[in-house]
Each structure stands twice: as C-alpha cells, then as structure tokens.
Design a protein around this ligand. Structure first.
Ligand code: MN
Length: 331
C-alpha cells in the first residue's frame, strides 16, 4: 500500500470529466517487464524492456524497485557510479533511500518523496538505504525513471531537487474512485512540484476496484501507463493489464485506466504511474550510465570518467563505499 493516502478522498479537488469532443487514446502495445537485479542486488522490474525508443521518447529507462520486504541486514543499494546526459527521478512509494552526489546534492527520501537529479555534464552518485533500515529491514518500493536531455542540455550543470511527499498535488476523479498524486507536470491545471528540463508529467494513481480514471493528457505528450500492482484494463477497448506491465498509448486527449472489480488481498487497488512528455526526436547513443547522441560522445564520457573529470566523492561519504567498477548496466 502506498504510504501517501488520504482519509477522506471527497475533500480533494476533482479533475473534470473530459469534454465529449476529447479523443480517447488507443492502446498501441502492452509489454511485460522482466525481473532483474540492480546495484548491490536489489530486485527491479525493467518496465521499458522491449519497447522502442520512439514510443518512450523523452523517457529512456524505468525501474520498479521492489516491492520487497527486506529481512534485517538485507537492504541493498548501489556503489558510487557516474551519469551524463540525462536526469534521474527517484520516487519512493514505501521505505527510505539515501542519496549523495559529487555536486553536493543529496538527502534522504521516504514514503512518497521524490528526488530529481540532473546529471547533465557529469556527476558521481550513490543510492542506498540508510543504516537504520539496513539494521531493521522492512518494506521498500519505489521507481527510478531516466528522462533524456536534448543535445543542447546534455552537458548542462548538475542539479538536485528534493521534493517532499506533501508537495505533490493530490486530486480525485468526479466520483471519488481514484486518488491522483501529481509529482511533476500538470493535470487539469494542478501542478506537481518537479521542475523538468524536458516538458513532462508524472502521476501516481490509485484506482479503487471497479473505478475508472479518464485522465486529460496533453496532446503533444506521449502517454505510458505502468502497473505497479493490481489488475485492471487500459483504453476504451478495456485491454487487460496487471502488475509489471506497461501500456503505450497512441495519440489523443484522454488516457483511460480502469480497476478490476476483484483485486488480490495484498494489493486491494490498482496502482499505476502515468508518464508523458514532449518527444526530443534526436538520435540516442546509450552506453552503461551515459546517454548521449553519438557513440563518440559515449566514448568521451568513459574517457572523462576514467580521467577523474566527473568530480570527487565527498570525503565524508567515502566510508559508504569506494568507487566501484564502472557499471555496464543502468544504475
Ligand atoms: Mn544512478
């Protein structure tokens, strides 16, 4: 169950019913996220696996981290590692994660908080559960999204935004059947706190059994719905979806998602994240932790990293772990 809920959903602002003339977005594909392991071995689902860059643009990569119930001593994070050419958005639904980077950014995010890191021209960072959570174990569930940067901003100065759960805009549907948390961008005039280089929106929706979300969505944005947990359907055609599946929508004004009448006891509602942004439409050259426009730029990033041009690990952070092997997988 997501940490951010409301006791009385009827007190929230409601999104309007779409106009009769609004065009329903059709469902282009539904794919299944394979399971893998990230960093020191925490379980992830690779939400975008098998989907073309063109359909994902401006997004590059999405990992669902957990949901996992750690035993004491078990929680895991990443070693220090570099990034260049994009932004990472880490949204913690349940549990706690710590972040530190070579640009002075960092902090602890927990239960509905989001951190937005613009790697831009280059950064070193580490992402880990805090010591207390390692000792105690406990529930951990979150998302990490990679948002591409256009050529003109690939080498922008790094930036760190710490977005607290209380800053998200909380909204409901006209019948109160859906809780919407706007983390970035805008829904029906209600803006979330995230500031993005690339115009985009990110919404976490909890859809009650049998309820329907008809979400107004900018026509110039793509539209992706990833199922965090539960069962339901997408589009006017009511195509079935369940935990770990990604739906890519075609063009239009409205994204429709419905919760199945029956949900399993552990996840009593359908939880989805809705993502959309303005496509960048540039070539993508992706090598490990670097996402550039050309292969030569990726090779230059590896050279700059090996030559120490990505900055220094802050001295007080070194006990957390030395700079490990250069990752070849997204981290
Ligand atoms: Mn990283």
């Amino acid at each position: 169950m997501p940490a951010v809920t409301v006791s009385d959903i009827t007190t929230l602002a409601r999104i309007p019913e779409p106009a009769p003339s609004a065009a329903e977005r059709g469902v282009r594909s539904v794919t299944e996220a394979p399971t893998g392991f990230e960093g020191e071995g925490f379980p992830v689902r690779r939400a975008f696996a098998g989907v073309s860059h063109t359909d994902l643009d401006p997004f590059i990569h999405l990992d669902q981290m957990g949901e996992v119930e750690y035993a004491p001593g078990e929680p895991k994070g990443t070693a220090w590692h570099p990034h260049r050419g994009f932004e990472t958005v880490t949204y913690i639904i349940d549990g706690t994660f710590e972040h530190a980077d070579s640009h002075g950014g960092g902090g602890t995010i927990t239960d509905g908080d989001t951190q937005w890191m613009t790697a831009g021209g280059g950064i070193l960072h580490i992402e880990r559960p805090p010591e207390a959570l390692v000792a105690s174990g406990g529930l951990f569930h979150g998302l990490q999204l990679w948002v591409n940067l256009p050529r003109a901003l690939k080498l922008a100065p790094p930036r760190y935004q710490d977005l607290r759960a209380a800053e998200s805009a909380l909204l409901s549907t006209p019948d109160g059947g859906v809780l919407l948390r706007v983390i970035a961008g805008e829904v029906a005039g209600h803006a979330g706190p995230g500031a993005t280089h690339t115009p985009m929106a990110m919404v976490h929706a909890t859809i009650s059994p049998g309820a329907q979300l008809r979400l107004p969505w900018r026509r110039d944005f793509n539209a992706l719905v990833y199922v965090l947990s539960g069962a339901g359907s997408v589009g006017a055609e009511r195509r079935p979806v369940r935990t770990g599946q990604l739906a890519v929508f075609g063009p239009g004004d409205v994204v429709t998602v419905a919760g199945a009448e029956h949900q399993d006891a552990r996840h009593p509602a359908l939880d989805v994240v809705v993502l959309g942004g303005a496509p960048i439409r540039e070539p993508i050259a992706w090598g490990g932790p670097f996402v550039m426009n050309t292969r030569a730029e990726v090779l230059a990033a590896f050279e700059d990293f090996q030559a120490g041009r990505f900055g220094q690990i802050p001295a007080e952070r070194v006990p957390h772990g030395d700079l490990g092997e250069l990752p070849t997988q997204p981290a």
